[in-house]
Design a binder for this molecule. Structure first.
Ligand SMILES: *Cc1c(COP(=O)(O)O)cnc(C)c1O
Length: 339
């Protein structure tokens, strides 16, 4: 089967497995795993942050960050398409007891003036205290849309003026960096905390990193324990992450080129109403009134393709490192033969 449901479906190849097997390990709960420690310090340096923490998932790194920056009753500003709001099991309420104000951005990207317009007055006891802004780059539900670094700078300026923390859900940040020719340090300089997934386009089997100041990461280390995310000989997993950062970043451009080719082929199909602009490795398209997403998914499955839906008449294809060049043509062939 050609599996384009997500870039999380990849399996470690021989070289990554070899790196995992030969990893030096120790008990990371005691801070004694040299491979975890190396991954954390390499990632912190890459982003120009003081420290990093290796965690089992991106959901955990995001939720730890939200907990770091808020107290119960505080308010978080994020886009209505945000993963932290839609796809983390209600974690903002569950873990942090915080309320959320949703912003209506352009494919998940809002502006500094939207932030300013939605911050509550701290001196009026009626309102929850606005404490945190979270940004997602790339925006999954926005079809892999990338933020403009200039707008992020303006949002940082607004956060500084208004006393707000700024967190980045960078599950697919490396896709944005490669697509836009930006550097990790550009982002490291603007955010209080950054969450990075090693298990999406970078191809590691497990693992995410939270980046921040030494003080934030010390508190995050305690929260990771509270959340049940302390891992013992985690160096076997961290070795896959180190391998991914060293070998699988530049090749994301291949995924982006393939997504662009698939997006333009899909845009020509008569039963497709709209394709979201393809900027990175995600293709999301909306079917016309006469078509049902489940019918297309069943058709694709019978033609050897696994795809996902993102809602009514919305279908998503995600490119990743386990696809072969032939798979792209086969995927286009399978979707084109619908109806
Ligand atoms: C995948 C993803 C996450 C984290 O997901 P986990 O499966 O918990 O690692 C967070 N944000 C976005 C935008 C994602 O796509």
């Amino acid at each position: 089967m050609i599996d384009v449901r997500s870039d999380t479906v990849t399996r470690p190849g021989p070289a990554m497995l070899e790196a995992m097997q030969s990893a030096e390990v120790g008990d990371d709960v005691l801070g004694e795993d040299p491979t975890v420690n190396a991954l954390q310090s390499e990632a912190a340096t890459l982003f120009g942050k003081e420290a990093a923490l290796f965690c089992p998932s991106g959901t955990m790194t995001n939720q730890i960050a939200i907990k770091l920056h808020t107290q119960p009753g505080d308010e978080v500003l994020c886009d209505q398409l945000s993963h932290v709001y839609l796809y983390e099991g209600g974690g903002i309420a569950f873990h942090s007891g915080a309320s959320v104000r949703l912003l209506a951005g352009d494919r998940g990207r809002f502006t500094a003036s939207q932030v300013r317009a939605n911050v509550n007055s701290a001196s009026d006891a009626h309102y929850p205290r606005t404490r945190l802004v979270t940004i997602e780059n790339t925006v999954n539900k926005g079809g892999g849309a990338c933020w403009s670094l200039d707008e992020v700078r303006r949002i940082r300026g607004a956060c500084d003026e208004l006393g707000l923390a700024l967190h980045l859900d960078g599950a697919r940040l490396f896709n944005a960096l490669v697509a836009r020719g930006e550097s990790p340090r550009d982002y490291g300089a603007l955010f209080d905390t950054i969450s990075i997934c090693l298990s999406k386009g970078l191809g590691a089997p497990v693992g995410s990193l939270l980046l921040g100041s030494r003080e934030h990461i010390a508190r995050a280390h305690r929260l990771r324990k509270v959340f049940g995310g302390g891992m013992r000989q985690a160096g076997f997993l961290a070795a896959a992450g180190r391998y991914a950062l060293a070998h699988n970043v530049a090749r994301l451009a291949t995924d982006h080129a393939r997504a662009a080719a698939v997006g333009s082929a899909v845009a020509r199909l008569p039963f497709v109403a709209e394709v979201l602009p393809v900027e990175t490795n995600i293709v999301i398209f909306r079917l016309g009134e006469a078509s049902e997403e489940q019918a297309l998914l069943a058709h694709l499955r019978s033609h050897g393709v696994l795809a996902a839906t993102m809602g009514r008449r919305l279908v998503r294809f995600v490119m990743h490192l386990d696809l072969a060049e032939d798979d792209v043509g086969a995927l286009i062939g399978a979707v084109s033969s619908f109806h």
